[in-house]
Ligand binder design. Structure first.
Ligand code: SF4
Length: 148
């Protein structure tokens, strides 16, 4: 089974109230056993909401509010949901397909905390938790990695 960022499958859970729909990810989500996740909504953050970026161990929104706890709570709840779904379906998570550069879902490169569009090496908070479980992660830019 797959874990998929809900915004990539077309859910309007992005900070600005839109989605990040990507055709191949949406298609996969409709044809495969998968769980759609949005760790930020899971942490009780509203949609729309202020954009947020990681600053070291913290996550701050564009107004300077510290939203770290909501991000941690949302990531922990999402991990629980994944485990429950996996047990119910009796299927292991094969792969996570997650939105690039997000402070939750970004893997490898994330926004640098200046809200200027600059990227730095790093992972979103949710991705850190998935990596601890050894789950392989790709982004919407890696369609060819699906068959590896
Ligand atoms: S937390 Fe992840 S799933 Fe939710 S809007 Fe951000 S990138 Fe998409």
């Amino acid at each position: 089974m797959y874990v998929i960022s809900a915004c990539l499958a077309g859910r309007k859970c992005r900070y600005n109230g839109g989605s990040n729909e990507i055709a191949w990810v949406k298609d996969l989500s409709e044809k495969s056993k998968c769980i759609l996740v949005c760790p930020e909504e899971e942490g009780n953050l509203p949609t729309p909401r202020n954009p947020s970026e990681r600053v070291g161990d913290k996550v701050l929104d564009k107004e300077g509010n510290d939203v770290t706890n909501a991000f941690i709570l949302g990531s922990e709840r999402t991990m629980l949901k994944i485990n429950e779904f996996s047990e119910k379906e009796n299927k292991e998570v094969k792969l996570a397909i997650l939105k690039s550069n997000s402070p939750s879902c970004g893997c490898g490169m994330i926004y640098d905390g200046t809200f200027s569009g600059k990227l730095v090496k790093g992972d979103g908070l949710f991705v850190e938790m998935l990596k601890e479980k050894g789950i392989k992660i790709i982004s919407e830019k890696d369609e060819e990695a699906l068959n590896e």
